[in-house]
Design a binder for this molecule. Structure first.
Ligand code: UD1
Length: 430
């Protein structure tokens, strides 16, 4: 049973290096099997969801060579099976990208219905609508999504809701369909652009990624490539919010500042100073913060994956703030845990009304999901006393060496595996 244990109250100073984007990497790894040639992926984050997907890719017969923690070579030439199912893949959301990838290449895929974080009902009807519009038969049976087509045909697809997953999944299948596909009301997230760039480097023809209309001309064959994943905007934003809440001066390195504009704008509003460089941002915070209003929206709006971290900052900011969650209906499950640490938050429907308190006090809390778990860590960093966080396997799905990187900028934090280690840490810091 692993836990994070944190002694709060130290401001954060120094530099932190951001890794590759988990949500880009998941789609790109799935798309890597769409060629029989070798694909080399660099700047891969070494996190649990990535390792689960790589294992699933290996299980269907692809060759996966982990060159080092952040580099992998994949060859899809030896794939014999298009059925993807194991107890781990059922728990990750991005398993659905293998439907688009395998359907595009083999015109057939059977993939376990995706799991992921419990942040609301997460249908995949738009993905299925897209595959059906291209001529595939899609059924759900025995917990698997079964898709098959005699020939995939390009078509016009309008997404009723902006969906990152549906945009990327349809893009993959369309890259190997016959003729032209147009996706309208497409998601514009940086990882949509990253996947399009990756597929284009394999010989696909995708134009317009990053706008709401994406045009894809299908091809029969894709070739090998070498590709480096973009930096993770959510990991970067998490460290920026950590610096804001705990106070201090932190240089967040290896980022694309443009991808962080919504986060930067909110940090300026609450009273931080931000300096932007070509591939880094510096956050300077006195720890004295002020209230603001936030609404989560598809990119370039404020990301839903940063919402819990923002709430942790606002809960110790002077005045009353509101957060409106417009993407997922169940993304305030961390509020009860934060209340145990002293926060004053009332949730009405999809709005959290936050009355700033002077400080958090350390408590034993549970990480309810990936981003909320990271947010509780931030609360622990600025709490009075010791915070113990359970269920950190959620956090490890998306953050590589979170405790090590935070220690590198001055946090007093450890991952412990036993009560003995926990007591040793408490003795050390008290
Ligand atoms: C991805 C990210 C997740 C992020 C989310 C929004 C991955 C693995 N996960 O999730 O971290 O929080 O984007 O930025 O990349 N919807 C439907 N039908 C569908 C698909 C989606 O109704 O077929 C709805 C969802 O319920 C949600 C909204 O559309 O309300 C957006 O979801 P979507 O962008 O698809 O999120 P994911 O791709 O699941």
């Amino acid at each position: 049973m692993e836990q994070y244990v944190i002694k709060g109250g130290s401001p954060l100073y120094g530099e932190v290096e951001i890794g590759g984007a988990k949500n880009s990497a998941l789609a790109i790894l799935a798309a890597s099997v769409m060629t029989d040639e070798t694909v080399t992926i660099e700047n891969l984050p070494n996190v649990r969801d990535i390792n689960v997907l790589l294992q699933a890719i290996e299980e269907i017969g692809a060759k996966v060579e982990r060159v080092d923690a952040h580099k992998v070579m994949i060859s899809g030439s030896s794939i014999q099976d298009v059925t993807v199912d194991n107890e781990y893949i059922r728990k990750i959301r991005a398993s659905y990208y293998l439907i688009g990838a395998l359907l595009g290449k083999y015109k057939k895929a059977q993939v376990a219905l995706p799991g992921g974080c419990e942040i609301g009902s997460r249908p995949i009807d738009l993905h299925i609508k897209g595959f059906r519009a291209m001529g595939a038969d899609v059924d759900i049976a025995h917990g698997l999504v079964c898709a098959e087509a005699t020939g995939l045909k390009g078509t016009h697809i309008y997404l009723d809701k902006v969906s990152v997953g549906a945009t990327m999944n349809i893009m993959m299948a369309a890259a190997m369909a016959e003729g032209k596909t147009v996706i309208e009301n497409a998601a514009k997230e940086p990882h949509v652009v990253d996947l399009a760039n990756f597929l284009n480097s394999m010989g696909a023809s995708i134009r317009g990624a990053g706008t709401d209309v994406i045009r894809i001309v299908g091809t029969d064959k894709l070739h090998g490539t070498e590709y480096s994943i973009i930096p993770d905007q959510i990991e970067a934003g998490t460290f920026m919010f950590a610096a804001a809440a705990a106070g201090g001066n932190v240089l967040v390195k290896n980022v694309i500042p443009k991808h962080l504009e919504a986060t930067t704008a909110k940090l300026l509003e609450v009273g931080c100073t931000i300096e932007e460089f070509d591939d880094a941002v510096r956050v300077i915070s006195s720890g004295k913060l002020t209230h603001t209003q936030v609404t989560t929206l598809p990119y370039p709006g404020f990301p839903t994956d940063m919402q819990p971290q923002m709430a942790v900052v606002l809960a110790i900011a002077e005045g009353t703030s509101t957060i409106t969650e417009s993407i997922f209906e169940n993304r305030f499950r961390y509020v009860d845990e934060l209340t145990r640490m002293g926060a004053s938050i009332k949730v009405e429907s999809n709005i959290a009304i936050i009355t700033g308190v002077e400080k958090y006090t350390g408590a034993r809390v549970n990480a309810p999901d990936l981003r909320a778990g990271a947010a509780l860590v931030i609360a622990g960093l600025c709490a009075e006393g010791v915070t113990i966080i359970d269920d950190i396997h959620y956090v490890e799905r998306g953050y590589e060496d979170f405790e090590g990187k935070l220690r590198g900028i001055g946090a007093q934090m450890e991952k412990v595996c036993s009560d003995k280690e926990l007591q040793k840490f408490i003795l050390k810091v008290s």
